[in-house]
Ligand binder design. Structure first.
Ligand SMILES: Cc1ncc(COP(=O)(O)O)c(C=O)c1O
Length: 460
């Protein structure tokens, strides 16, 4: 693997467009130490290469061709690389990617180490496990996150992460559904929908794909869409707390959403990957809402709960009461998809997941989350002291800063040029993100403080 490829694969929180070559900094540090030899990667074959290259007779998947690869993250990477060429000694701080930075508490890693060592013994060795996950892990997820919500152990499918489950869910629904997404939202929902063939082509003038309902979420509507304006979708992807806006839906809003799904016969795919960051009494699960078990699936993850972005462990809840129009249980089909496409989460990761859900593990996870929340407060405080309108942050590790009337790419460039800090332009999460930038609170404290010092210098 070339260094460019290695760096490109270190980027998370992304759409498939992250796979394009990039020069993003390493995962371990969100400060990169630039070298003079950094070059801007070429994203396309040169004409000469194209002429001489051997071609198969297999045509490209037309859905892949619809993707706007190179739109957001490769463009960020290209600009960052150019920045490093221009300022080779700059101490670039990356608050753009949304990857965790703090070490995993030892109570969790020691359980993984123990499980790994046991694999070297006759008694402790295990091979393929259940595709749906180990029973104790499913049971601990049910009792920790869904106690009193009527979710049973066999409603839970343990996985290698929420992003992978989002694609499995798209496979479950197939290509003949219409979906709705919050605008802005985590790009994997839209990209996986495009890849499945659910959409029309990308419409450049409106920056949207055909046959997707973009549900605008902005400060004016409290980051909750006006559902009366949405034409009936089959599947509603809804993320709360939301990436990138950081907004957590209230109980009343989620009650409206569940009612909307019921009235329209739609299925909600609820992404609660950041629920552990909720400070107030906003629901942490869609299943807190009465009736949700008939209309909703929930996907979640240990990635941002316990720094498992590299370890990989997540889960999806598909209640038995959720039925297709013909009465067939959705969970049965999802089980079939899981058994066909997946051979179970790593047994070592599952040992880690189980340790996360022990009393000591839960306490340790909360401490790391608390650390990131302190980072968030520092970032929010900085932008507020500079007079910006700032959203998110309270219930999520993302701060959504408003630059009214400005292009988010221009703001991204201004910040990079003048402070050497990488953020994410809001428009990369959908047209509704224009005029905002997302600042991630995942970072070592000294980097967060330094980035904020630079923001103050720039905007005071
Ligand atoms: C909203 C949301 N869902 C899912 C994921 C991916 O989670 P995982 O690491 O479990 O695949 C992310 C990652 O950034 C995310 O922001």
């Amino acid at each position: 693997m070339s260094i460019t490829q290695k760096l490109a694969t270190s980027i998370s929180s992304s759409s498939s467009s992250f796979l394009a070559p990039s020069n993003f900094s390493s995962r371990r540090q969100n400060v990169s130490l630039p070298t003079k030899s950094v070059s801007i990667p070429k994203c396309v074959a040169t004409p000469q290469e194209a002429q001489t290259a051997y071609k198969t007779r297999v045509s490209r998947n037309e859905n892949m061709a619809k993707l706007q690869a190179g739109y957001l993250f490769p463009e960020i990477a290209r600009r960052r690389s150019a920045h490093l060429l221009k300022y080779p000694d700059a101490k670039v701080i990356s608050l753009g990617i949304g990857d965790t930075t703090e070490p995993i508490p030892e109570v969790i890693t020691s359980a993984m180490a123990k499980r790994a060592h046991a694999l070297s013994t006759i008694e402790g060795y295990s091979g393929y496990g259940a595709e749906q996950g180990e029973k104790p892990v499913r049971s601990a997820i049910a009792s920790t996150f869904y106690s009193d919500l009527g979710i049973e152990i066999d409603d839970i499918f343990v996985s290698d992460g929420a992003k992978c489950d989002i694609s499995r869910l798209q496979m479950l629904f197939g290509s003949n559904v219409k979906m709705a997404v919050q605008d802005p939202s985590y790009p994997a929902y839209v990209d996986s929908s495009v890849i499945m063939g659910q959409t029309g082509p990308y419409l450049k003038d409106v920056e949207k794909y055909g046959n997707i309902e973009y549900m605008r979420c902005n400060p004016e509507n409290g980051f909750f869409p006006d559902l009366s304006t949405i034409s009936r979708p089959d599947i509603v992807f809804f993320c709360s707390p939301n990436n990138p806006t950081g907004a957590a839906a209230t109980r009343e809003q989620l009650t409206q959403l569940v009612q909307y799904a019921k009235d329209n016969g739609s299925v909600i795919v609820y992404d609660s990957a950041y629920a552990i960051y909720i400070s107030g009494d906003n629901p942490r699960s869609i299943f807190e809402i009465p009736g949700a078990k008939e209309v909703a699936i929930e996907t979640s993850s240990f990635s941002k709960y316990a720094g498992f972005t590299g370890v990989r462990l997540g889960w999806t809840v598909v209640p038995k009461r959720l039925l297709f129009s013909g009465g067939f249980p959705v969970a049965k089909d999802f089980n079939r998809i899981v058994c066909t496409t997946f051979n179970g989460a790593s047994n070592i990761s599952q040992a880690g997941g189980l340790a996360c859900l022990s009393p000591e593990g839960l306490q340790a996870m909360q401490e790391v989350v608390g650390f990131y929340k302190e980072n968030t407060n520092i970032i929010v405080g900085t932008f507020e002291s500079l007079g910006f309108k700032v959203y998110g942050g309270k219930n999520a590790p993302y701060v959504w800063v408003h630059f009214p009337g400005r292009s988010s790419w221009d703001v991204f460039s201004e910040i990079l040029e003048k402070t050497h800090v990488v953020t994410t332009p809001g428009s990369g999460f959908g047209p509704g993100g224009e005029g905002f930038i997302r600042v991630s609170a995942f970072g070592h404290r000294e980097n967060i403080l330094e980035a904020c010092r630079r923001f103050k210098e720039l905007y005071r």
